[in-house]
Design a protein around this ligand. Structure first.
Ligand SMILES: NC(=O)c1ccc[n+]([C@@H]2O[C@H](COP(=O)([O-])OP(=O)(O)OC[C@H]3O[C@@H](n4cnc5c(N)ncnc54)[C@H](O)[C@@H]3O)[C@@H](O)[C@H]2O)c1
Ligand SMILES: CC(C)[C@@H](O)CC[C@@H](C)[C@H]1CC[C@H]2[C@@H]3[C@H](O)C=C4C[C@@H](O)CC[C@]4(C)[C@H]3CC[C@]12C
Length: 369
């Protein structure tokens, strides 16, 4: 918990506060925001771990709620100084319908914005995504790009479409008058692929490897690079933006910032092996055995099976046409806009991020170690 002589006077609300990123944001706020008086954690599914946070100097208020329900959002936002909106349906595996993804990610964000306007909350930080930019449906690479790099951001999948619409709503809301007559100040953070303690997809890959006798099979060439960012650094960027938004409203209001750190550029699979390798898995060079056209066929077959089996049960494998296309398209960022605008420097080095993630995999339930 943050110990400081600063007066505790601020109320923060974190939507999606029990999610992979949200939990790290909640814990980072308690550790590094000394002005915090109350921390409201709003989520559809509250985690039992919240109880352990209620023993410190900050009042932690757990709110079970749904961002698609405007009245629930308004009640949670009322009286908050800052809203960090991370709640969302992160689904590229066909688990939720396009309508549900839109309802949560777009309508939910509209509800958060309107709640800020109606109740007088002035500062809103939105967790957007790299996918607002790309990879696009044409498979154009985004190589060491930044927030100003020209790129044809054209999407068809419900998830990136919903994130792009939500981000646009947040940025357009910057400057709107809130109850009380002052302007709303908003900004959006665009993490690339987040990794770290609690990352469900990493857990899925690990368990898949255990099922396959300690092996994972390469599907993507090592030359296809994906930007990744450690969850602790993404959480730190959220805390820092929320702290600086008031003092630097003219500069930061209405802006987007990629989330970045020192994590190396590697293919998605090679990057995962930085953590899964030390936990006993190995990546089998199967590119000759499984050519790309066969992967495309298998991905299409998975999509067909998902559609056929949906009336019986949810079949949602990692490999589908969308995930294959994204995995197979280089997307890396190289920027210092967050440092220039609000002094962001990663809190965790690559070595530290890697060590923490390996430790988490090793201590995960069902771990082979
Ligand atoms: N994981 C990544 O690699 C990544 C990368 C870039 C951006 N993001 C964004 O970060 C945010 C958090 O992602 P995550 O990976 O932590 O996902 P997550 O699924 O672990 O967390 C999302 C949280 O939102 C909550 N939620 C979902 N629907 C809700 C609703 N209707 N009302 C209230 N709460 C609801 C969930 O219960 C969950 O706790 C999302 O907005 C996502 O788009 C994630
Ligand atoms: C089965 C193989 C082809 C395997 O390599 C597939 C990997 C695939 C599941 C992931 C590859 C890229 C990931 C996405 C990327 O990291 C960025 C994202 C944006 C974020 O907002 C949500 C998660 C994601 C879409 C992420 C999802 C998993 C991948 C598609």
């Amino acid at each position: 918990m943050a110990e400081s002589t600063e007066a505790r006077k601020l109320v923060y609300l974190v939507t999606g506060g029990c999610g992979f990123l949200g939990e790290h944001v909640v814990r980072m706020l308690l550790q590094r925001e000394p002005r915090l008086l109350e921390l409201r954690v709003f989520d559809l599914h509250l985690g039992p771990w919240l109880e352990e946070l209620k023993t410190g100097p900050v009042q932690v208020t757990a709110i079970q709620g749904d961002v698609t329900q405007a009245h629930e959002v308004t009640a949670a936002v009322a009286g908050a100084h800052v809203v960090i909106h991370t709640a969302g349906l992160v689904d590229v595996f066909g688990r939720a319908s396009p309508e549900t993804i839109y309802e949560v990610n777009v309508q939910g964000t509209k509800n958060v914005i309107e709640a800020c306007v109606q109740t007088g909350t002035r500062f809103l930080v939105y967790t957007s995504s790299m996918e607002v930019v790309g990879p696009n449906i044409k498979g154009h690479p985004f190589y060491r790009g930044n927030e100003d790099t020209p790129y044809e951001a054209v999407h068809s999948h419900p998830y990136p479409c919903s994130k792009a619409q939500a981000e646009r709503l947040v940025l357009e809301a910057n400057g709107r008058e809130v109850h009380g007559g002052l302007p709303l100040v908003t900004c959006a953070l665009r993490p690339t692929g987040i990794y770290g303690e609690g990352h469900q997809i990493m857990r899925d890959f690990y368990h898949q490897g255990l099922r396959l006798g300690g092996r994972l099979f390469r599907a993507i060439p090592a030359s296809v690079e994906h930007g990744r960012v450690y969850v602790g650094n993404v959480a730190w960027m959220h805390v820092l933006v929320a702290r600086e938004l008031e003092q630097r409203a003219a500069l930061m209001g209405g802006q987007v910032y990629f989330c970045y750190d020192e994590s190396p550029y590697k293919s998605y699979e090679d990057f995962n092996m930085e953590f899964l390798g030390p936990c006993g898995l190995r990546l089998v060079e199967s590119r000759l055995l499984v050519p790309y056209w066969l992967l495309v066929l298998l991905a299409a077959l998975n999509a067909l099976l998902q559609w056929l089996l949906r009336p019986l049960f949810l079949y949602a494998p990692l490999l589908n046409p969308y995930t294959l296309a994204v995995a197979n398209t280089t997307f890396t960022v190289s920027t210092d806009k967050a440092q220039r605008h609000f002094g962001y420097v990663p809190l965790f080095s690559w070595e530290d991020s890697r060590t923490r993630t390996i430790h988490w995999v090793q201590t995960m339930e069902g771990s082979a170690r």
